[in-house]
Design a protein around this ligand. Structure first.
Ligand code: PFF
Length: 447
């Protein structure tokens, strides 16, 4: 077998992992889930989940990946627990499921780049999204997004993924800060900050059962957990890297981007609607698009330039996440069956494209795919990883965490304790509440 590729530099790994983490989950989903789930109470649970559950869990995936040095499915076999390869397979399938509708949203982003350039939505920024989000054009752009993802994955780790993510993080941060400051100066944005940043604990207590599963799964989604992505990326990592240092940096950067996106979108919705509109009226999957397109329309010619730049960066963020999902499946087939990388990448992309046509045809399907991912697939997948790392692999995992750190023994022991106890309990409760939630109100898709 050919020698396995590795990251050219430590920075390469961090950027690629951040590239996987930072994406539509932060920019598109986080603001709209925040507005759909009541504002700051959701943000509060999300923050706790990202640091207290997400960070230990991401380290768990890093341990599996680096130790096994192979794709997410065979990793468990390599670690001498062949029965657990099913966990890798569940992750892989969860990732493909998510990618199917993620790519549809990626298609919308491409559409908004073009429509910013031409000013197509300037006369009716609020209504434009409804006109372009479903149907044949949406299917075509979903195909274009998937094909682009496949091209990058086909080039392999170093040439494709590392290069594609290098500029993305700084440019996203700059744009979001600029837009957040701009939103702050607009009339009517004032009340948004209380709504977004000051949690109403009574509201949280009364809506615990729906806020918790969405907020915790949002942390998983956003950190690319439970889909084999972080296992796969860590498998290209050398032993001299400190997993806790890399993991913490990734969680901090990822959370910062999500919070900033909220600071852009929520105030812009308040400016336009006086409050956050309900899900059907602009506070749903369209929140990002409706929020920012009004601003670009108001700015006239300059808005065209800013619009192209903004959606351009969102597209890069979306692509660098999508490639990590496609990479999970591709690297499995390439490692295991020795298939040609480009053919494999395009084969998977074709299958995912076909599945995603449902979501591109009708947004109700997209909502259904998304609910199932949040309420069931992500928590199941993360729960199994946590059980494996904590209780099955345990002591060896501690050794792996210590590698590349100075000492690090106390941290590693505390980490194992957390994974075995409250992290496991937290993910279990999330799954329980998610299943109860979806069972009480099964979302019914239609054509
Ligand atoms: N974390 C990405 C985001 O927040 O957009 C989405 C994602 C990418 C999820 C890769 C899962 C994954 F494996």
């Amino acid at each position: 077998m050919a020698e396995r590729e590795t990251w050219a530099t430590r920075l390469g790994f961090i950027l690629a992992a951040v590239g996987s983490a930072v994406g539509l989950g932060n920019l598109w989903q986080f603001p709209f889930k925040t507005s759909a789930e009541g504002g700051a109470a959701f943000v509060f649970v999300y923050l706790i989940a990202a640091f207290l559950i997400g960070l230990p869990a991401i380290l768990g995936e890093f341990v599996i990946g680096r130790r096994a040095n192979i794709n997410a499915v065979e990793a468990f076999d390599r670690l001498k627990h062949p029965a657990w390869t099913v966990v890798g397979a569940i992750g892989l399938l969860t990732g493909l499921w998510i990618l199917s509708y993620y790519s549809v949203v990626g298609g919308w982003v491409i559409r908004f780049i073009v429509d910013s350039a031409t000013g197509a939505y300037f006369t009716d920024p609020g209504g434009h999204f409804g006109d372009v989000s479903m149907g044949w054009a949406a299917i075509g752009l979903h195909g274009l997004f998937m094909a682009t993802t496949a091209v990058i994955v086909a080039f392999g780790v170093e040439k494709g993924i590392e290069k594609a993510t290098r500029l993305m993080v700084p440019s996203i941060l700059v744009m979001l800060v600029g837009l957040a400051v701009y939103a702050f100066t607009l009339d009517g944005s004032g009340p948004a900050y209380g709504y977004y940043l000051s949690p109403d604990f009574d509201y949280l207590a009364n809506n615990f059962g729906s806020i918790v599963p969405f907020a915790v799964s949002q942390a998983f989604f956003s950190l690319s957990l439970g889909m084999g992505a972080m296992i796969t990326y860590a498998s290209y990592l050398g032993d001299d890297d400190s997993l806790p240092a890399d993991g913490s940096l990734i969680v901090v950067l990822n959370t910062a981007v999500g919070l900033l996106a909220g600071l852009v979108v929520i105030p812009l919705l308040f400016v336009q609607f006086g409050s956050v509109p309900d899900v059907a009226a602009g506070g749903g999957p369209d929140a990002l698009f409706v929020g920012v397109s009004q601003v670009f329309a108001d700015l006239g010619l300059a808005g065209r330039v800013f619009g192209v730049a903004f959606f351009g960066v969102v597209l890069i963020a979306a692509l660098s996440s999508a490639i990590s999902l496609l990479e999970v499946a591709t690297s499995y087939v390439v490692d295991n069956y020795g298939y040609n990388r480009p053919v494999t990448a395009f084969g998977f992309a074709g299958a995912i494209f076909a599945l995603g046509t449902l979501s591109a045809w009708n947004i109700a399907w997209l909502g259904w795919f998304d609910s199932l991912a949040y309420s069931v697939l992500l928590p199941v997948s993360v729960l199994l990883v946590v059980i494996f790392v904590g209780w099955v692999y345990g002591p060896e995992a501690v050794d792996e965490i210590k590698k590349g750190t100075d000492g690090g023994g106390t941290f590693a022991t505390a980490w194992l304790w957390s994974i075995r106890t409250y992290v496991l309990a937290g993910v279990f409760v999330t799954l329980y509440l998610g299943v109860t939630d979806i069972y009480a109100a099964p979302p019914i898709p239609f054509l």
